[in-house]
Ligand binder design. Structure first.
Ligand code: NAP
Length: 287
């Protein structure tokens, strides 16, 4: 395979905080596995230094940057071009530097869908999908799910108005409806895939569940964006009920895989990336 880059690649992730990001170990493993010379740095950038940092990305010839909390929305104003999905989702998590021209993309949603299709549901066309939550992560994944021609997507959120606004905003993309959280039983009737995009169940609140598990029939695919813990209580209970379960680690790996592929032009070594993150998580757990 041709190696498109001869100089060492300069990559990184900007966020605040950033110390616990798993992106550096994941991308360093990807570079190593692919035989590409380069480095991937964790860059702690406070909001008041964002503009300065983006100027440095341009000038210091970073080939690519990942963007995480709290910069995903604010960074958009400093870029030269946005992909259609980043513009409509309203957030950028990946910047590609094309010779000083900065292009913003969003790989969270497509990363999630690639993970779901690889790991749990090869075909999404015609599926009935329920999404719990309507925050930033939900926006990315619903946008990407809509492109897969599901039969319908039903949104359930604690704040119903937020789900309703999202269903209205994207009514041109797919059959999307919003229901109040207290109508979960109705929403789940006939659902093929149930996806938790809320933070309920995330460490340290590992005993919380975003949905009454009694509402699951047992034949659905249940997916959770959370990857700390790797198996949330929702997933454990769903698995015990006979559901096929899908955790959030794959989304993290595949959003990084797309970014890596945009920057390098070579297929991402997904299994090496996943193994590096798991190793790092296990090392953290034993510290
Ligand atoms: P966000 O924008 O703050 O949205 C949070 C969502 O959770 C909202 O819908 C919120 O409902 C709901 N929520 C929060 N606390 C709740 C509670 N106690 N009861 C019911 N609903 C509650 O956050 P986000 O950026 O979308 O992230 C959401 C989750 O996705 C996090 O756990 C994050 O770790 C995970 N995530 C994973 C990946 C990955 O790579 N696997 C990537 C991104 C995010 P309201 O609208 O009512 O406030």
């Amino acid at each position: 395979m041709n190696q498109p880059h001869v100089r060492p690649l300069k990559l990184g992730v900007i966020g605040d905080p950033i110390a616990h990001s798993k992106s550096p170990v994941m991308h360093e493993a990807a570079l190593r596995e692919s035989g590409i010379a380069g480095e991937y740095a964790a860059l702690h950038i406070k909001p008041d230094r964002l503009a300065e940092m983006i100027a440095a990305v341009r000038e210091e010839e970073y080939r690519g940057i990942n963007v995480t909390i709290p910069h995903k929305e604010n960074v958009m104003r400093y870029l030269d071009e946005l992909s259609e999905d980043a513009r409509r989702i309203g957030a950028v998590n990946t910047i590609i530097n094309e010779g000083g021209r900065l292009i913003g993309r969003n790989t969270d949603g497509i990363g999630y869908v690639r993970s779901l299709k690889e790991e749990a549901a090869a075909e999404l066309e015609g599926r009935r999908i329920v999404v719990l939550g309507a925050g930033g992560a939900a926006r990315g994944i619903i946008y990407a799910l809509a492109a897969e021609a599901p039969e319908r997507i039903v949104l359930l959120n604690r704040t119903t108005e937020r789900a309703e606004a999202l269903a209205r905003e994207w009514s041109d993309l797919a059959e999307i409806a919003a229901l109040p959280a207290d109508r979960a039983a109705e929403a789940l009737q006939g659902a093929d895939i149930v996806i938790n995009t809320t933070s309920v169940g995330m460490h340290p609140h590992v005993d919380d569940v975003p949905l009454d598990p009694a509402l699951l029939r047992g034949g659905e695919i249940v997916s959770d964006l959370i990857y700390n813990p790797l198996e949330t209580k929702l997933l454990r209970l769903a698995r015990e009920k006979g559901c096929r379960v899908h955790g959030g680690l794959g989304m993290f790996v595949y959003q990084g895989a797309y970014a890596f592929e945009y920057w390098t032009g070579v297929p991402a070594p997904v299994e090496a990336m996943r193994a590096a993150v798991l190793r790092d998580m296990n090392a953290g757990a034993t510290k």
